[in-house]
Ligand binder design. Structure first.
Ligand SMILES: Cc1cc2nc3c(=O)[nH]c(=O)nc-3n(C[C@H](O)[C@H](O)[C@H](O)COP(=O)(O)O)c2cc1C
Length: 264
């Protein structure tokens, strides 16, 4: 067990974490990387259904269709991995017969915990990280570039490195705790609750000038965009992301099927 003081320092490391997108030109040594990876793999697991491929070669990421922040030093892709388990089962004389959807779910759980552990480990050693959520949609290119077999599937990408102090990132807001953590039963959010959620997020992002600085805006394909960068907020951004703009058919399930998952 940790002492209370160490425990509080540990919580501070987690609470002060923020995504890093600008990095120093300082290599991440093999020793540091191994320490981070080992900490990642010490996360709780359902069935160790995760693997990670890492590279210091950004061109390989670009070849795999994954744009990464240019100054990052190491790039990682986390996978759900059913192949290793199936090989173990074969040695044990058992035939895989699990529901693939549930296996994917367990895999995402395993990967998520590992990624978070790894994020914290990097942070504790003075490094920073950022994730890339679109990796699953690049599964074809990733498989080709990194020689990945079927039934091993990318969940998320990541870059790490030593943060550039010039970047000056701030801690992003979160929903008020009581709007997302409920004792005993679900909170059916009222209109006022939703206003509160939006206010906390939007005022936070706007006061930090997040969208002005990053010049990020999801374009509107079907109507005029009347919101300037000064008023463009988190709730507008996330709403635009989840409307039709990114919906082209139902790509993920088809990609999963192409990669050997039985989802019928
Ligand atoms: C699954 C996932 C995918 C993400 N994808 C991206 C991404 O593609 N590009 C990016 O710049 N940040 C990405 N992020 C980082 C989020 O934007 C960031 O975590 C969020 O805005 C909260 O900010 P913070 O990490 O600084 O607290 C991703 C985060 C998660 C958890």
């Amino acid at each position: 067990m940790q002492s209370e003081k160490t425990g509080m320092q540990f919580l501070d490391v987690i609470k002060n974490r923020r995504s890093i997108r600008e990095f120093l030109d300082k290599p991440v040594t093999d020793e540091v990387l191994t320490q981070i990876l080992e900490t990642g793999f010490s996360a709780p697991f359902a069935a160790q259904l995760c693997s990670v491929i890492y590279t210091r070669n950004r061109d390989k990421m670009l070849e795999a269709g994954l744009w990464t922040y240019p100054t990052a030093q190491v790039h990682l892709i986390y996978f759900i991995d059913l192949v290793r388990l199936e090989k173990i089962m074969t040695k044990r004389g058992h035939l895989y017969g699990y529901d693939d959807m549930m296996a994917i779910w367990l895999g995402v759980q395993d990967v998520s915990l590992m990624v978070e552990n790894l994020t914290i480990a990097a942070e504790a050693l003075g490094l920073g990280s950022v994730l890339y959520g679109l990796a699953p949609l690049k599964a074809d290119e990733i498989a080709k570039t990194f020689n990945v077999p079927k039934r091993v599937f990318p969940v998320v990408g990541m870059s790490i490195g030593y943060p550039d102090p010039e970047e000056n990132t701030e801690i992003r807001p979160r929903f008020p705790l009581e709007m997302a953590a409920f004792e005993n039963e679900y909170r059916h959010h009222s209109d006022d609750d939703i206003d509160l959620c939006m206010k906390k997020m939007d005022e936070g992002y706007i006061s930090q000038g997040y969208y002005i600085k990053s010049k990020t805006k999801v374009p509107l394909e079907d109507k005029e965009d009347t919101i300037g960068f000064d008023k463009y907020s988190w709730s507008e951004h996330i709403s635009r992301k989840f409307r039709s703009a990114f919906r082209i058919g139902n790509p993920l399930i088809e990609i999963l099927r192409r990669h050997g998952f039985d989802l019928d």
